[in-house]
Design a protein around this ligand. Sequence first.
Ligand code: CP
Length: 321
Amino acid sequence: MADETISPDAGSWRRKDLLDTDTLSREEIALVLKTAEAMAEVRSRPMPKVATLRGITVVTLFYEQSTRTRASFEVAGKAMGADVVNLTASGSSVEKGESLVDTVRTLEAIGADIIVMRHSKSGAPALAARTTKARVVNGGDGQHAHPTQALLDVFTMQQHLGDLAGKRVVIVGDILHSRVARSNLWALMALGADVTLTGPATLLPQTLVGASEAGRCRTTTDFDAAIEGADVVMALRIQKERQATGLIPSLRDYIRGYQLNETRLARAKPGALVMHPGPKNEGIEVAPSVAAGAASVIDEQVANGVAVRMAVLYLMAGRAA
Ligand code: CP
């Protein structure tokens, strides 16, 4: 039975799985964001729980480390009365060599309705989705996609900026290896934002098929020029192994060219938002004073992760029809 206070039109969600934002229409993204607004209202209540997903079993299946995604899916599921089972590769039969397909089929046999999966290999959640009747939500796969991160990011932007059409969003860092950058790019383009991806040439993709052609995405190595007049600046984590593999000469060089610091932020539009998906390396991709400054909405991103993941679970569970 749907909770009429949550989202009266949520029955229009038609997808079995949520694997990326690249195939989501503007209307589907708007539905998630509208549902998340209702979920944020639930979270603000003195008793921030509803029983909408009672009887639904959500399994978080994480083959890779996570703090925010895993914890917020668990909180989200429990806030709506779902049974939530948390599995990591460590301590499960994966350690004995069980395949992904067998693991997913086992979870289905146990009664999983929704499987939230993180995996280091791009495409693993898609394989799982083809394997099971359970609904599969991608909680981050390799360098491919992180759809719920992108949805919570655009939700946070929309809370501050309203309609994102024409807004200028700069994403800086290791774009080449970033599933967050990719999923954000698709979601932001669907909502009409102008996106600039910037970083060292070695960390920028040569092409982003379908993005540049649409005319609302560009790539540049010149962060100082890109940030001029930006409405949003999102810094990505620099993985220290990028230096070991020779993709950046040194962290000191990276900081000089690409750290989001106060001097650079002053070039953005007054009131511009500072974002970071986390986990962050303060002092490398973002100066501590900027991460903790008035423009930062990093903590709001984390908090919004619960409301957005409640919305995703709610829509995926099909309880609204
Ligand atoms: N942003 C993000 O996915 O964080 P976790 O790795 O902590 O889940």
